[in-house]
Design a protein around this ligand. Sequence first.
Ligand code: SF4
Length: 454
Amino acid sequence: MLIDTHCHLDMDAFDTDREDVIKRARASGVEYMITIGSDMKGSLGAVELAGRYDSIFASIGIHPHDASSFNQGSVQAIKELAQRPRVVAIGETGLDYHYMHSPGDIQIQVFKQHICIARELSLPLIVHSRDAAADTLDILRSEAKGTRGVLHCFSGDSDMAKKVMEMGFFISIAGTVTFKNAKMIKEVAAIIPDEYLMLETDAPYLSPEPMRGKRNEPSFVLHTARAIADIRGVTVEDIARITTVNAIRLFHIGELPEQGEIAYKIRQSLYLNVTNRCTNRCGFCVRFHTDYVKGHNLRLGHEPAAEELIHAIGNPCEYREIVFCGYGEPFLRLDVIKEVAAWIKQNGGRVRINTNGHGNMIHGRNILPELSGLVDSLSISLDADDREKYERICAPSFKDAFEGVLDFIKEAKRYVPQIVVTVVDLPDVDIQKCRRIADELGVSLRVRHLDAVG
Ligand code: SF4
């Protein structure tokens, strides 16, 4: 399922085949489209389309190009239209200093008025910003506190992306990311954390490759999803799930899963979510600020029994590997791991466990011989280059935990064929020193990027 969060289906470009365009979108897996008003006529058209099709929602606003047409009557008109059914946002609004079709000072005033309306109606804001990064950031900072929204068809650099995300705004990527020379947006598409990423077409404009030159339409969003999946090293299915969850969270269209998943697919692997408990409290841990990883809800209602996990796996050979992971420390459930891992091995699957390396401290004995023959690979979080940093970053519940993790790594090599230690690239962690520790232990090191989870 995909959501095109920004298209202009009211526009003349669709007059001859609008019905077919909507049908093609649905046939391509685009469940919902948000059609965006860019002037009062377009906003009314958006509301009418949303009233006619279950798959369409509307946003109301006046584009910065048309800011000169805005007057005090516009405020009331936008407010009235915005209260019609299936209106989910205010915009597009913002600043466009590239074309300057309206004077800059007028654009700023009109942008502020839209923000005011969005705040008053508690609707998210859809922001257009082109060659106007500094003013856009200043205005959002001063006027949009408490308002959420999205920077549509993002064209800024990664620094601007970080700043708008800090304000809680999403980043929506359009077909420009598929263009060969679009270096900056490709870089941005690579670094945005999953929980801020959205997809759009901006149809009828900006057709993605390989449709460039043709009129754009919502079904083409799949090409943009493919390009982003390639850049981020995940599947289109992953991008569809991630961006759909984000669009639902921002615009409240569609349903989010209420229950946490016990088995969830990312790329070609299946992950098992066995517990949400952990013996660390890492400052960077995503479970403290979101229920979602790669669009999967991982907040468990209960800890699953071995039979439930086996049932959820189905055929282990369908996956590259089965990974015990989830939102907590898997070795807190050692018996379940052993039972399920034995079943996976008997049925031809490959087993990996992602752990914080506390297994022996949790159980007060050496558990590693018990994993022999059941586990193919262990990924162990080292997370620091010395004891003091480990205490500060991971806040472990055990005394001497850093030394305990090092002992666990040494011992693990005797019973598990592949051991990888991981470290997150936090500013105060000495990656070179971590590499030397890994070399001395005779294991490989993988450096994980902060915010890149799953
Ligand atoms: S060890 Fe993993 S699950 Fe536990 S707090 Fe740290 S990052 Fe989170």
